[in-house]
Design a protein around this ligand. Structure first.
Ligand code: NAD
Ligand code: ZN
Ligand code: ZN
Length: 353
């Protein structure tokens, strides 16, 4: 089969590799029909994720057709159309039982890390993928949901919702600020209204992205590069700050911004993946009764989000800006990697025949 192979920093190739095989009775093989590229894949390409070794097939998002099942798999069958979640879940360990799939102790990839695809085991940017713990790690695509919609539930929608909106303890009437309007920030914006946010302020240094955020549910926008950005945000509140500040970029500057605009008693929900330490002004912040949260997505809300997509309540197609054939993977990486000039949000790659 063909797959996108990581060759070391800055180098990838769509090339021939052996087809994956069932290794454990709980595995299935999925033929990838639809996949996409994540900002995290670009981090890998930059060399920011050293656990990814040369030779690894990348990708942790995908929808496809089950082509083979392991001997102990009884709830999935050949021909099923499934969403492959970016997080593995053995379904049995103490963390899986709590819904903390991000820390699944199953011995695939690494014990205690749920994100294994395109990281510690071969991923979904391929014609076929082996899915471990399949019964608890994939979701059947319900009628009325397209593959394109389904693939947005592999990672970005649960990430913005769980680690941004839910960890931020968003409640009815809250003023929510989301720093970063990439796919993950936009997913937080789209799902913040599920918990009744009264205002959703999008903050990004890219003004086009801020404008785009308004079509995802942002009520207001602020350019992060404006000298008076903070005053503008504060003016959109009662003067004391936002209830929930969601960081969806992953650099020290934006984490600091989140701590500057949160009101006493409010929440800072960090979603971004950070590669550098951040300074926490604890000496000033402690007295404001602020809660700071962070985490790797669990994808435990995928079934719920899937229902909302099926009902047309979450209009996720608007995330998709570009379409490619699966074999055009390198071109798709180029388009996605130059998002500022191409306007790419999610690029969809599809199998042809
Ligand atoms: P992205 O790169 O597509 O978007 C980031 C946005 O931030 C862009 O619109 C950019 O213009 C903006 N930005 C950059 N620097 C800024 C600054 N200084 N001030 C204001 N805006 C700025 O990223 P994405 O795919 O949306 O992902 C966002 C973050 O979430 C990344 O760090 C990604 O690795 C992380 N992530 C976390 C999890 C998790 O489980 N916690 C899962 C998936 C992705
Ligand atoms: Zn991702
Ligand atoms: Zn587990």
């Amino acid at each position: 089969m063909k797959a996108l192979v990581y060759k070391g920093p800055g180098q990838i190739a769509w090339q021939d590799v052996p087809n994956p095989k069932i290794q454990h009775p709980t595995d299935v093989i999925v033929r990838i029909d639809t996949t996409t590229i994540c900002g995290t894949d670009l981090h890998i390409l930059k060399g920011d994720v050293p656990a990814v070794k040369a030779g690894r097939i990348l990708g942790h998002e995908g929808v496809g057709t089950v082509t083979e099942i392991g001997s102990s798999v009884s709830t999935l069958a050949v021909g099923d159309n499934v969403i492959v979640s970016c997080i593995k879940s053995c379904g049995h360990c103490t963390f899986c039982k709590q819904g903390l799939f991000a820390h699944c102790l199953g011995e695939e990839g690494a014990v205690g890390i749920g994100w294994v695809f395109g990281h510690l085991i071969d991923g979904t940017q391929a014609e076929f993928v082996r899915v471990p713990y399949a019964e608890t790690s994939v979701y059947k695509v319900p009628k009325g949901v397209t593959n394109q919609q389904g693939v947005l539930l592999s990672d970005i929608l649960p990430t913005g919702f769980e680690i941004g909106v839910q960890y931020g303890q968003t409640k009815p009437g809250d003023v929510v600020a989301v720093i970063g309007a990439g796919p993950v920030g936009l997913a937080a914006i789209m799902t913040a209204s599920l918990y009744g946010a009264s205002k959703i302020i999008s903050i990004d240094m890219n003004t086009d992205r801020v404008e785009q955020a308004k079509t995802f549910g942002a009520t207001d926008g602020v350019n992060a590069r404006a000298d008076d950005w903070k005053a503008r945000v504060m003016a959109m509140t009662d003067g004391f700050g936002v209830d929930v500040a969601i960081e969806a970029v992953g650099v020290p500057e934006t984490f600091e911004m989140a701590t500057q605009i949160v009101r006493p008693g409010g929440h800072v929900a960090n979603v971004g993946v950070h590669g550098r330490p951040v300074q926490l002004r604890l000496q000033e912040l402690w007295i404001h009764n602020i809660t700071i949260s962070m985490g790797l997505v669990n994808t435990n809300t995928t079934p719920m989000l899937l229902k909302l997509v099926a009902q047309g309540k979450l209009k996720v197609d608007k995330f998709v800006t570009h379409h490619f054939k699966l074999g055009e993977m390198e071109k798709a990486y180029d388009t996605f990697g130059r998002a500022a000039s191409t306007g790419a949000l999610k690029v969809i790659l599809e199998r042809t025949s």
